[in-house]
Ligand binder design. Structure first.
Ligand SMILES: Nc1ncnc2c1ncn2[C@@H]1O[C@H](COP(=O)(O)OP(=O)(O)OP(=O)(O)O)[C@@H](O)[C@H]1O
Ligand SMILES: [Mg+2]
Ligand SMILES: [Zn+2]
Length: 371
């Protein structure tokens, strides 16, 4: 049996161009390499799983490559590139500051830094979770960071930029990594699914992307987990069941019911949701989001703000055509009030039921106002 490698590792990008959703950063780095204007200390900030370590490794490989392409990508064939691929390169040094945060750890590193590289031009030191370094370790490090030997490049990475002291910040070129957009994550999952021979619904991938909340690593882990469960076809239903996500179908149905002023149907749908074990508060928040999506689809210019697959978007546009903006806004007010009152309420289910009844009466409310 061949060894199973998790997708997050198997599909770690090897070139600047394949890093998803961080174009401005990768372009800046490529330009800096091209113009030989590379800083010696970088701070990569951003939430987990968005490509900090990946980009740091690509940078290390590319600046040491003997035959970079005109696009400033590593050739992946020279001795230096090959040593990176086999994990034998001595030009990259990764320190996890979360577990190596003492002065001694930093002293070790500083001793290392003095030694020039044997192969290639630069040694790259990646210090992950740098905010975890102790105060004394930081101090020991400052001098080296200020005047590093020519061959050394430091890449400090952190998920908590606010914990980095100003003396460090001011010595680094700072790159803020963005959370990855839902659509970009879904597209990326799509390519990986194809490579893995998994046929996956676009809606399934979209749900995974939503759940990952901007982190590509999380998206890949969820994807692996679901494929283990579902095998070679991954449907929207598989994803909902496994991740315990409320199907957006419910929201479409609730809005259909409220538009028909059909209180019984609305209450029965809510009952169904409770019976499936979903949380009422999540439903309120989800329904508000649904109204927002409809509102956004009122205008073709804002419809692009909607990050859903096209088939679903069409349905939002259809509901947008049927419901007046005024009524959507009133609906949002009702739900926002429910959201605020939810925690303090002694009877949360009743609170939601009343909100649904109010939503069912919005047409009447409007007509009374007009009269
Ligand atoms: N921008 C991206 N493009 C493509 N793949 C990505 C990207 N970001 C993360 N990944 C995937 O997630 C994995 C982990 O990414 P990486 O180690 O670069 O994250 P990180 O930002 O350093 O996270 P952490 O803060 O947890 O250290 C990669 O191996 C890759 O598969
Ligand atoms: Mg990392
Ligand atoms: Zn090379």
């Amino acid at each position: 049996m061949s060894e199973f490698v998790v997708s997050a590792r198997k599909y770690r990008p090897q070139t600047f161009d394949t890093v998803v959703g961080q174009q401005s950063i990768t372009n800046t780095l490529k330009n800096a390499i091209k113009n030989e204007h590379l800083a010696q200390a970088f701070l990569f900030c951003g939430s987990r799983g968005v490509g900090k370590t990946t980009t740091a490794r690509i940078l290390a490989k590319t600046i040491n490559c003997f035959n970079p392409t005109t696009e400033i990508e590593a050739c992946d064939q020279c001795d230096s590139c090959l040593s990176f691929h086999t994990g034998n390169s001595l030009n990259i040094y990764e320190l996890d500051a979360a577990s190596n945060n003492s002065v001694d750890d930093i002293r070790n590193l500083i001793d290392q830094v003095r030694i020039a590289p044997q192969l290639g031009s630069h040694k790259v030191y990646i210090i992950d979770e740098v905010h975890m370094l102790s105060a004394s370790a930081f101090n020991a490090f400052l001098k080296t960071l200020e005047e590093p030997p020519k061959h050394a490049i430091f890449i400090l990475a952190t998920t908590e930029k606010h914990k980095i002291i100003p003396t460090i910040l001011s010595r680094c070129q700072i790159f803020d990594f963005q959370r990855i957009r839902v659509k970009d994550i879904a597209d990326h999952l799509g390519t990986i699914a194809t490579k893995e021979g998994v046929s996956a619904d676009p809606e399934a991938l979209h749900q995974i992307a939503l759940k990952a909340d901007g982190a590509l690593r999380d998206a890949l882990s969820i994807f692996d987990q679901l494929v283990t469960f579902a095998g070679n076809t991954l449907t929207y239903k598989d994803v909902l069941e496994n991740l315990h996500i409320l199907d957006y179908e419910y929201y479409f149905k609730v809005i259909e019911a409220t538009e028909k002023e059909d209180i019984p149907s609305a209450l029965l749908i809510l009952n169904d949701i409770y019976e499936k074990g979903f949380d009422g508060h999540q439903f309120v928040i989800g329904l508000a989001e649904h109204l927002r999506n409809i509102l956004v689809c009122k205008d073709p210019r804002t419809a692009s703000l909607l990050e859903t697959p096209d088939t679903v978007k069409q349905r939002f546009i259809q509901q947008a055509n049927e419901i007046e903006a005024q009524r959507l806004l009133r609906g949002l007010q009702v739900l926002s009030k429910t959201d605020v009152e939810y925690k303090a309420s002694k009877n949360q289910r009743l609170l939601i039921e009343v909100a649904l009844m109010q939503l069912c009466s919005l047409k009447q409310e409007q007509e009374k106002k007009k009269a």
